[in-house]
Each structure stands twice: as C-alpha cells, then as structure tokens.
Design a protein around this ligand. Structure first.
Ligand SMILES: Cc1ncc(COP(=O)(O)O)c(C=O)c1O
Length: 397
C-alpha cells in the first residue's frame, strides 16, 4: 500500500476539516529567482549582508533547558518591560518562532468547539492553528483604530469565549495599529469577562511614523495574558526564535506544553540571537537602519499604488509593519488573478485566507513591501493592476 492509500480512519479526526496554509503553497511557487513576490511576510535579505554571525561554542550543541537560555529570556523580558509590559525573565519562554507560541496557547485553552475571538481579517497561520484544535472561531471587524470595545463586550457576553487573539500593532494583514484609547478600552472589557488575551506582536519595532502604544496586555489588571514576540521580522527568520511572556498563573502549564512539543528551542540559534541582541546600542542602530529602509519601500509602494490602483482599490497607508491591504472596488476572482500574475512571474496574497468565514468579506489583496527590491516593485504592482483591470472590464469602461 502506498502512502496515498492510507485509510482516512487511521488519521486523527482533527485533520478532517484542516487545510494546509495557502500562503505557504503560494510561497512554494515563488522560489524561482525571476519572480517578484509580494506574497509572503519576508524580510529583505540585503539587510543581512553586513550581519556578522558569532561562532557557536560547542557547549551550545548540548541539550538545554525547556524555558530557553537565561540571557536570551532576560533580553526579551527587558525589551518588553521597556515598552510597559509586566515582564520577567522567569515568566519568559523562548519558543521556536512566535508561531509555536500560537500553538502552545491553543493547546492550553482550546477544546473542540471552544469559541475563540479573532480580528477580521487576521493572521492566517493563527487561523490554521485554531482550526486544527477545532475552535469555534468568531471574528470581529477591524476599523482604523482596532476592534470596537463595545462590540467585543457584546460578543464576549454572548459567546463566553475564553480566548481572544489580537495582533494590535501593525497587524498582519491590515497594517492596523490600535490607538491607545482602544487598547485601554479592550483591556477593560477583557478584564471584566476574564477572557485570556493572546497578544501577537512581531511587528512592533517596524514603525515608520511613531512608536506603537504599549501592548494591550500591559493594561490588564486581572485576566490572564500571553504576549508573543519574534526575532523573525527584525533579525533573521531562519533562526526560528520567538518569545512567550505570560502572566504568572499560565507559565507552569505553558512550560509543560513546551517540553512536550520539542524539549527546547534550537540552542545554537539562541546563542546567535543572544550575541546579536545583547549590545543594546548596536541593536538600536540596526533597528533604526531597518526602519528607514522599509519606510522608503513603503513610501515607494504608496506612490506606485497611487499611480496604478487608484481607480481599482481603497487602502490606508500603513504606519508600520510589512503590508498594504487593498480592498478592491469591484469583485474579481482573485484565484484567477493570481494564476495569471504567476504566469507573468508576479505573486501576491488574495485576502480570503485571512478571514475565518470565507463567504461574507470584501474582495481584498495583501501586498508585502519588505522583500521586493525597489527596482522591481513598480513593475510588479503594475502587472497585478493590469490583470485586475482586464478581469474587471476596466479597459472596456
Ligand atoms: C502576526 C504574526 N504572528 C506570528 C508570525 C510567525 O512568526 P515567527 O516567524 O516568529 O514564527 C507571523 C509571521 O509572519 C505573523 O505575521
């Protein structure tokens, strides 16, 4: 019997409605060097050219603690304390990317049918994790300042959801950065309902106007919380390292889940990250360089979109992060758009996978601006706009 004939009954039931990541499928089709890809959330590799990696000492080849290496836990906790979170190294876990933080949090709270609140749109790989654990995903619309606290209050009253997943600083995919006021209001609502907050914050350092306000978790008074960071967007994603900081009562269970998942995160990677992050001054200079580089790309994309997409879509220039989120004025079949663009060596992300409920959302696309070189950016967006125009009958109008 070959593996394709493996009877379905022998696999876990949770796989029945579980789909693979559309983003990763598209990414696997964007490996050729010719392609101009706006599809992923990938950093610009040219920024690593002057990064000197330290030599890993043999001591780091050995098994290590599940919590992670103390110097790195301390760095991640100090960083979070600096922007207002009640963070301590003793409550900080080093994870295999913040993606593992999502997995651990889901394992901690979600049973089949557990209601989980997310933003609409939201990070698609978080949806994938919640779907794997068979959550009853409830989504709340985002406006320019975040989700509405009064709507959240009503939803929590109705659903009694034990978990809310929010990505309030330069959200993936919308770029939305919650206002300070909204953060306070939402914290107050979560506290009142004793809903656990899962706050995902990998884009905080990529701000191009002003810093993001403190995390929502820093305003909570009594409900438990989990706060995720990552080194992927500001250092090197291939290290696969993130951090999970949480309130006291959740730490022992999350640590046990981490032990069961992978014993501990990669130690040579932790050594490299610690060495690169421990010089605060150098690190601040590196982040500043990154910001200015991405800010220029964002501005270039804004002007190319204004030239090519003005009649086709609405969007808000993101004040941080890595993405433009465009809402098309006319509906088109975006899977067709994508196929045609791929034939012309251009890739983007259709908006649908970012919504928990696939049928009742606007026609959107996500465009990443961090990866593509400035020289190719304009050509790439032009291809997408031309394909959309040909589909929407624009040329015959
Ligand atoms: C909102 C969000 N959360 C988590 C992740 C996962 O990041 P990591 O590389 O740290 O696993 C990403 C990656 O794109 C993301 O956009």
């Amino acid at each position: 019997m070959n593996s394709l004939e493996c009877p379905k009954a022998s696999l876990a039931r949770r796989l029945n409605n579980f789909s693979g990541s559309v983003a990763r499928d598209i990414l696997s089709r964007t490996q050729n060097k010719e392609i101009i890809s706006f599809a992923g959330g990938l950093p610009d590799a040219s920024l690593w050219e002057d990064l000197v990696l330290p030599t890993v000492p043999p001591a780091a080849y050995q098994y290590g603690p599940s919590e992670g290496e103390m110097p790195l836990r301390q760095i991640m906790a100090d960083r979070a304390s600096a922007f207002g979170l009640d963070a301590e190294a003793s409550r900080t876990l080093i994870t295999s990317g913040s993606q593992q933080g999502l997995d651990l949090a889901a394992k901690l709270v979600i049973e089949p049918g557990t209601p989980v609140l997310v933003e609409a749109p939201t990070y698609l790989a978080a949806l994938q994790v919640f779907q794997l654990f068979e959550a009853d995903i409830q989504s709340l619309p985002l406006d320019t300042e975040g989700i509405d606290a009064a709507v959240l209050d009503r939803y929590l009253e109705q659903t009694k959801a034990p978990l809310a997943y929010l990505n309030p600083s330069f959200q993936n995919p919308s770029g939305c950065c919650y206002s300070l006021e909204r953060r306070r209001e939402i914290a107050e609502v979560l506290d009142r309902h004793a809903t656990i907050l899962l706050e995902d914050d990998p884009y905080r350092d990529l701000s191009y106007e002003s810093d993001a306000p403190p995390p929502i978790a820093s305003f909570l008074k009594n409900t438990p919380w989990i706060y995720l960071s990552s080194v992927s967007k500001t250092l090197i994603p291939g290290l696969r390292l993130g951090s999970l900081i949480c309130s006291e009562e959740l730490f022992p269970s999350l640590l046990k889940l981490k032990q069961a998942a992978d014993l501990h995160s990669n130690r040579p990677a932790q050594f490299i990250a610690t060495e690169l992050l421990s010089d605060a001054q150098k690190n601040a200079e590196r982040i500043e360089k990154l910001r200015s580089h991405y800010q220029q790309k964002r501005d270039l994309m804004e002007s190319t979109l204004r030239a090519d997409f003005k009649s086709l879509a609405d969007w808000k220039k993101p004040s941080g992060g890595m993405f433009f989120w465009l809402t098309l004025k006319d509906r088109v079949d975006l899977s067709e758009t994508l196929e045609e663009c791929l034939k012309q060596n251009v890739a983007f992300m259709p908006g649908s996978p970012f919504f928990a409920h696939k049928n009742d959302h606007p026609c959107c696309i996500r465009l990443n601006f961090s990866l593509v070189s400035r020289e190719k950016l304009e050509n790439g967006t032009r291809v997408i706009s031309r394909v959309i125009k040909s589909q929407s009958g624009y040329y015959s109008k």
